[in-house]
Design a protein around this ligand. Structure first.
Ligand SMILES: N[C@@H](CCC(=O)N[C@@H](CS)C(=O)NCC(=O)O)C(=O)O
Length: 124
């Protein structure tokens, strides 16, 4: 079972690698602003989870530099996710707003929609 999971995970990473999307290119000022805003976000993820790959590809397409934390390999990240979000499920996006309030967003499609809404609006 472990070996099958390893093979499937490796295949997912391989296909992700050979089909890596290109990132959008913005004016330097716009990208700098987006990089600053992205510092308020953290993606908790597993390296070869297909839902996490989907979110990382969306980040790549949008040229978003969001810190990722591996909740499988890193005990600290796993505990942060469990204590903050309440569930050990990935992907999960930690969003800190301007008031310092924290939201833990599960579900890859919700995360992608959130990032598209937030950063396309900002680039406009
Ligand atoms: N519908 C979810 C599925 C996420 C999911 O199943 N993630 C797996 C890893 S690939 C997981 O965290 N499983 C642990 C659990 O569900 O408790 C999404 O699209 O984000």
């Amino acid at each position: 079972m472990r070996i099958i999971r390893w093979i499937v995970g490796s295949l997912i990473l391989f296909f992700d690698w050979i089909t890596t999307p290109k990132g959008v290119v913005r004016a330097a000022d716009a990208q700098n602003q987006i990089d600053r805003d992205a510092q308020m976000l953290t993606l908790y993820q597993y390296k070869s989870c297909p839902f996490c790959v989907k979110v990382r590809r969306s980040m790549k397409r949008q040229s978003l530099k969001i810190e990722t934390r591996d909740a499988k390999r890193c005990d600290t990240a796993r505990n942060e996710l469990l204590e903050g979000g309440g569930r050990l499920k990935v992907p999960c996006l930690k969003v800190v707003d301007k008031q310092g309030d924290i939201q833990w967003m599960y579900e890859s499609s919700d995360i992608i929609n959130f990032l598209e809404d937030r950063f396309q609006a900002e680039a406009a």
